[in-house]
Every structure is written in structure tokens, then in C-alpha cells.
Design a protein around this ligand. Structure first.
Ligand code: DMJ
Length: 570
């Protein structure tokens, strides 16, 4: 059973001990005054309770009517309900067949433990439950968290995955609900992870840690540190530092950023691999695996707590990506992001890289004019829309309607060259190349302008995540419609008796299912789809920043005390 009504009184408020009558009266009057003020100030459209974290909460008034809202509201409400039902199908299957293991094997009804065996599917999607109004399920999950001691036994917890899924999940669930046990456990987990920073001479994190002994270990690449893994923990640990007053959390992750800035990398592009003493080890530049969330978090650190050093780096890095890595295919003019290794261009587009359009659109929308000039903002927006179109197109081109994990693009020219020619020629046609959407396939070969490099769809979120950001920032309902097309393809191809499975052979009418169900499907893919179909704006980008695992964290400001104590300069 589940409810869609929020709990009327957060349970922890009932636990405040009042010792004397006068104290109880003062508390009562304060509570009464606060509730009355809130009630007077709040528009009637408020539909979720105030959170008790730092953020202003999911209580913003509905935005003005936009295309795709208003009279269509019922359709979108129904679609939102379809996503909620999909989430419940996945959650119930997980709970019945896999809990307390990490993930469900959605074909066989078995289970797997790839993320420390701490019930990752549940902890990674508590905020999804809250956002979908599944408060009974949320309360059950709180009980599980309360009993979790984050022990690894003989094993090792991979630092990056543990941070983005578990720590991010707990912090977001805390910010939304105000349940104190979630913060207490997040603090426990943060403490258990700290040895990764002490294990290397530079402070870049070791790959994994045994939370019982504090010993650390390398991954399959030995003691190599990946750019994305070192630079995808700052929002989580800085928010934790804000909540706990602990300088050690802040210092550990800020040191990593300072080392990255000091490396002063060419064109703002970061090599994928680094030594444990903080030196770059290659000349391989990409925004896919091993890099992706590192670039995403440059913008998100700025948005979360006004980190201007991160913004400066973000703008340099986006310049580098736009100038060096963005290309357009020759026939369909599909915009894509390539990678380079020692100067050699690889024209592969990874599904993982489909987060980039969302980040570019978010930056173009949120960075104020004093910090982002008009021409750059325009380019970021064009790039965002062009890339998002390519990512979406890679789904609808397939017979299954699901997007492949990798595309080998027909090599095209660098986007900036084509763009500059178009500008010199007086900006003709219907708009910039790579941005203007062209219906249908091209004339070459099979007409796609790409081949499948990997034909699996792993239930990944990046494309729907970008569609969500584009819908929110442009108000153009085409992004929502596209998300619904993808959702129906997931329902058609990936649903099993137990949950949802990744699939292979996306280019076929009948796909082959793979026996898994990654936790990010519940944490990210379904959450972004649900929010995409939500008519209101319960988590405005001005107040919430989604971590790379789609866990919303509230925007906050550092106090003078924190600035002095933590030595915050940016
Ligand atoms: C997720 O765990 C996160 O989005 C991460 O940043 C990248 N990979 C997966 C989903 O594809």
C-alpha cells in the first residue's frame, strides 16, 4: 500500500522534549506563529509539505501556463501516474525478490550485490519516493536506513558510486523530509569514506575503502584516479559540511578542486587519468565515461553555493568542449561530441555524454548576464538543443525506440568551423547548422549518419535528464513529448514480470532483455520522466541542484563563520 498524501507532521517534530510548561507554551506559540505566517504567504497551489533541510523546499507556486500545460494538464497528469506506476512495479519487484541485496535481476527475479550490499536500490531512490508522494514507502525506507551500519566486512566500497548513490541519496532524502536519522547516517557514511583522501599524497581519492578497517584499495586500473571520480563528490561533501559544521568534509573535497584548477589544463579539457600524486597521465579528452560528471559538477558547484572558481573553470571547459570536441555529421547535420586521444579524434558518441545538453541548457538559463556574455550564452543554448536532438534521435531511429549506449558517427567537421561559415554568410537558412532539426534520414548508406557502436540500452537517464532540463528552461513542449515517446518505448521493451531490464539489440523490433535493473533507473530515469510530466515546478533550478545521480540538494549560502572557519575563498 502507498499513500499520496504527505505526512501531516514530520515525525521528528513530535520528538522534541519540552521539560517545563512555560517552554511548551513558548514552543507552541512559535509553531503557531510560523504556521500562520506560512499559511498566509503560501499560495493555495502548494501541494507538498515544507522540507526541514536548508532549502526553501518543493513549495514554489506553479509557473505561468506554458505550452503543454493548461488544457493538456490531464494528459500530463495521466502520464505522470504512468511513471509512478512503473516506479512502483520496479520497487515492489525489488522489495519482494531482491531486498536487502543491492539490485534486482529483473529477468530471473534474482539479486546482485555490486554496491556494498547496503540495499542501493532502496537508498538511491528514497527521494524519488518522496517526490512521487509515496510517503509510506519512504517511511519504510527510513527504517532500513536506521538499521544500516555501512559495514563492508572483507570488501571495499567504491568511493565514487558510494558518494553519488548512497551519500547523495541520503542527503537529498534528508533535505526533502527533514528526518534527522537520514542526516545522522549520512554523517556516519561521510566519516567512513574519509580515509580515501588520506590514502594519497595529493588528497585525490583512492578508488575504494574498507569501512571497517579504513584501509583503501585501487580499482581494476590499479592506483589510477579518474577525473570524474575525483571531482564528483564536492556538492555532497560540501552540503554535508554545511549541515554538520565539519570543516574536514569541506577541506578534503575543496583540495581536489584546487589541484585541478592549479593543473591549468589546456583548453579547459581535463585528461581522464591522474596519478595518486595529482599529475595528469594522458592526453585523452572526452565528456563520456571517466569524465562526464566532473564537467557537470563544475556548473553545479557554482549553482549550489555560488562557487565562482568552479564557474570560471566551467566556462573555460565548455569553451574547450565546444571548440575542440563538438562536430556535425555530413548529411543529417547531427551535432555530437567526439573525444580526442593525443590529437586523434574518435567520432564516437556515448549515451553517457547525453548529460551535456542538459548541463549546457542549465548554464545558459541560470548564469547571470554579468558572468556569461550574449554570444557564449547563445552558443551554449544552440549546442544544448542540437545535442539533445541527436540524443533523442538516436532513440527514435531504432525499431525498439530505445537509444543505443554508443554511436559511431559518420565523421563530420568541427561545429565551430561550420558555425563560423554560417555566420560569415549572414546567418542564413532557418538557423545555425547542428541546431536546426532536420526531419527524416539522410541519403547515405542506411541514412542514419552513424552506426551502432553498442546496441544495448542500459536504462540510463542521461537523455531524459537533458529533455527535462530543456523543457524546464525553454517551455517548449516538444521536449516533454519526446520524453513520453522514450517512456513508452521503455514500457514496451524493458518491462518484465519482476521489474525493468536493460535490453540488447535496440535496433530490432524485438529486443533481447538483459538480467539486471540498475538502481539509477529508479533514482534517475523514472524521476526525471516523472518531473518532466509534472505541470508545476516543485524543484526550481534556482533552489535545487540535482547531483549526478538525480538527487536534488538545496541551494545554500555560506555564513561568515563558515567562510572563515573553512577558509572559503571562491
Ligand atoms: C549514473 O550512475 C550517474 O548518472 C553517473 O553520473 C553516470 N552513470 C550512471 C547512469 O548512466
Amino acid at each position: 500500500m502507498h499513500t499520496t498524501d504527505p505526512p501531516s507532521t514530520p515525525r521528528h517534530l513530535g520528538r522534541i522534549p519540552f521539560r517545563r510548561i512555560s517552554g511548551r507554551w513558548i514552543a507552541f506559540l512559535c509553531l503557531f506563529a510560523t504556521v500562520t505566517l506560512f499559511w498566509l504567504a503560501a499560495p493555495l497551489s502548494y501541494h507538498l509539505p515544507l522540507p526541514h533541510g536548508l532549502g526553501p523546499g518543493p513549495t514554489d507556486p506553479e509557473p505561468p501556463s506554458r505550452p503543454g500545460t493548461g488544457q493538456d494538464a490531464t494528459i500530463w497528469d495521466e502520464r505522470k501516474d504512468e511513471v509512478r506506476r512503473a516506479y512502483l512495479h520496479a520497487l515492489v519487484g525489488y522489495k519482494q525478490h531482491a531486498f536487502p541485496a543491492d539490485e534486482l535481476l529483473a529477468l530471473s527475479g534474482g539479486k546482485s550485490n555490486k554496491f556494498n550490499g547496503w540495499s542501493v536500490t532502496l537508498l538511491d531512490s528514497m527521494d524519488t519516493m518522496w517526490i512521487m508522494g509515496l510517503y509510506d514507502e519512504f517511511a519504510d525506507a527510513v527504517e532500513v536506513v536506521a538499521g544500516q551500519n555501512f559495514t563492508t566486512g572483507q570488501g571495499y566500497a567504491p568511493f565514487f558510486e558510494t558518494v553519488i548513490r548512497y551519500l547523495g541519496g541520503l542527503l537529498s532524502a534528508y533535505a526533502l523530509s527533514g528526518e534527522p536519522i537520514l542526516l545522522a547516517r549520512a554523517d556516519d557514511l561521510g566519516t567512513l569514506l574519509l580515509p580515501v583522501f588520506a590514502a594519497t599524497s595529493s588528497g585525490l581519492p583512492a578508488y575504494s575503502v574498507n569501512t571497517d578497517s579504513g584501509s583503501t584499495a585501487g580499482g581494476w586500473m590499479g592506483n589510477i584516479v579518474l577525473f570524474s571520480e575525483a571531482t564528483s563528490c564536492q556538492p555532497e561533501f560540501k552540503y554535508l559540511a554545511k549541515l554538520t559544521g565539519r570543516k574536514d568534509y569541506y577541506a578534503a573535497v575543496d583540495n581536489i578542486m584546487n589541484r585541478m584548477y592549479d593543473a591549468n589544463v589546456e583548453d579547459g579539457l581535463f585528461p581522464l587519468t591522474w596519478s595518486q600524486n595529482g599529475r595528469p597521465l594522458d592526453e585523452h579528452f572526452s565528456v563520456g565515461a571517466s569524465a562526464d560528471s566532473g564537467y557537470e559538477y563544475l556548473l553545479k558547484q557554482y549553482l549550489l553555493s555560488n562557487d565562482t572558481k568552479a564557474l570560471t573553470q566551467y566556462l573555460k571547459s565548455m569553451d574547450g568542449i565546444i571548440n575542440k570536441l563538438l562536430h556535425v555529421t555530413p548529411n543529417r547535420h547531427l551535432l555530437y561530441v567526439a573525444s580526442t586521444n593525443r590529437g586523434v579524434v574518435s567520432h564516437n558518441l556515448e549515451h553517457l555524454a547525453c548529460f551535456l545538453p542538459g548541463v549546457l541548457a542549465l548554464g545558459a538559463h541560470a548564469i547571470p548576464p554579468s558572468l556569461l556574455d550574449k554570444k557564449t550564452r547563445e552558443r551554449h543554448q544552440w549546442a544544448a538543443e542540437g545535442l539533445a536532438y541527436t540524443c533523442y534521435t538516436s532513440y527514435v531511429d531504432q525499431r525498439s525506440g530505445l537509444g543505443p549506449d554508443g554511436l559511431r558517427m559518420k565523421p563530420g567537421r568541427r561545429w565551430v568551423e561550420v558555425l563560423e561559415e554560417w555566420e560569415k554568410e549572414g546567418r542564413g537558412g532557418s538557423g545555425p547548422p547542428g541546431y536546426v532539426e532536420r526531419e527524416g534520414r539522410g541519403a547515405d548508406g542506411d541514412g542514419l549518419d552513424y552506426e551502432l557502436a553498442s546496441a544495448v540500452y542500459l536504462l540510463r537517464p542521461e537523455t531524459v535528464e537533458s529533455l527535462y532540463v530543456l523543457w524546464k528552461t525553454t517551455g517548449d513542449a516538444k521536449w516533454r513529448e519526446r520524453g513520453y515517446e522514450i517512456f513508452t518505448a521503455i514500457e514496451r521493451n524493458a518491462k518484465t514480470a519482476f521489474g525493468y531490464a536493460s535490453v540488447d539489440q535496440v535496433d530490432r523490433e524485438v529486443v533481447r532483455k538483459i538480467d539486471d535493473m540498475p538502481s539509477f533507473f529508479l533514482a534517475e530515469t523514472l524521476k526525471y520522466l516523472y518531473l518532466l510530466f509534472e505541470d508545476g515546478d516543485p524543484y526550481p533550478f534556482s533552489k535545487w541542484v540535482f547531483n549526478t545521480e538525480a538527487h536534488p540538494l538545496p541551494v545554500f549560502e555560506w555564513t561568515e563563520w563558515e567562510k572563515n572557519t573553512y577558509n572559503i575563498t571562491g
